[in-house]
Design a protein around this ligand. Structure first.
Ligand SMILES: N[C@@H](CCC(=O)N[C@@H](CS)C(=O)NCC(=O)O)C(=O)O
Length: 217
């Protein structure tokens, strides 16, 4: 039997847990309290000296970066319908949105959220935060156009690209106060209706508490 994979931290670790719930992989979540300060958590720093979450440990494999971790899990424990085969017509869109979810959406919106929630009052609406918000909105146009073409980002089938982008939209809506359009709202309602999403939320107490405070899915 495969031993349980350890996931360190929620945040974007929610993507990893959601994927593992979709794939039926055994895991354990090890909490990491960023607000308390990772310097107080030497065990975690030994796993990721960069001090950011998520990280995983799978036997002697240690990895960071939520999208890379998802790609690793699907490649090692697949095949799975969450990752279209490179020869399938859905593959290019899948690959693009899998990465756009982090590089194009979550990264810029994270800066907006950090500025709004943690910066000193005078710095909350600084030039960089405004630029990051504009970057997020420009990339979001690709999502809007794609959702006019199909129910999910790679067509009519739910894939890991939807996990990647759904989490970024959640962050935008609930941590940065972005008002999403009707197509994105309907899309998020579809992805968050999945049983694996609900199970992941049951596991991820901090994410659940954050969403409860911030107004839901
Ligand atoms: N690109 C990384 C982003 C990781 C990241 O920024 N994580 C946040 C929480 S979701 C974090 O740990 N922030 C604290 C820090 O970067 O020191 C990924 O997708 O895993």
């Amino acid at each position: 039997m495969t031993q349980a994979i350890s996931v360190f931290g929620e945040g974007r670790g929610f993507r990893v847990i959601w994927l593992m719930e979709e794939m039926g992989l055994a895991y354990r979540l090890r909490r990491v309290d960023l607000l308390a300060g990772v310097d107080k958590d030497p065990e975690f720093l030994a796993i990721n000296p960069g001090g950011f979450i998520p990280a995983i440990q799978d036997g002697d494999v240690t990895m960071v970066e939520s999208i890379a971790i998802m790609e690793y899990l699907m490649a090692r424990y697949g095949p799975t319908p969450l990752a279209p085969d490179p020869r399938e017509p859905a593959f290019p869109a899948y690959q693009q949105f899998l990465h756009l979810g982090e590089a194009g959406l979550a990264v810029p919106i994270n800066y907006v959220s950090s500025a709004r929630n943690f910066a000193p009052e005078a710095d909350r609406d600084n030039w960089s935060a405004r630029d990051a918000l504009q970057t997020f909105h420009s990339r979001l146009r690709l999502v809007t156009r794609q959702l006019a073409r199909g129910s999910y980002l790679a067509g009519e089938r739910f894939t890991a690209a939807d996990i990647s982008v759904s989490y970024a939209l959640l962050l935008a809506r609930r941590a940065a106060g972005v008002a999403l359009g009707a197509a994105e709202q309907a899309y998020m309602a579809r992805t968050s209706e999945r049983e694996a999403y609900k199970r992941a939320l049951q596991t991820c107490e901090s994410t659940r508490a954050w969403l409860a405070r911030a107004g839901g899915v």
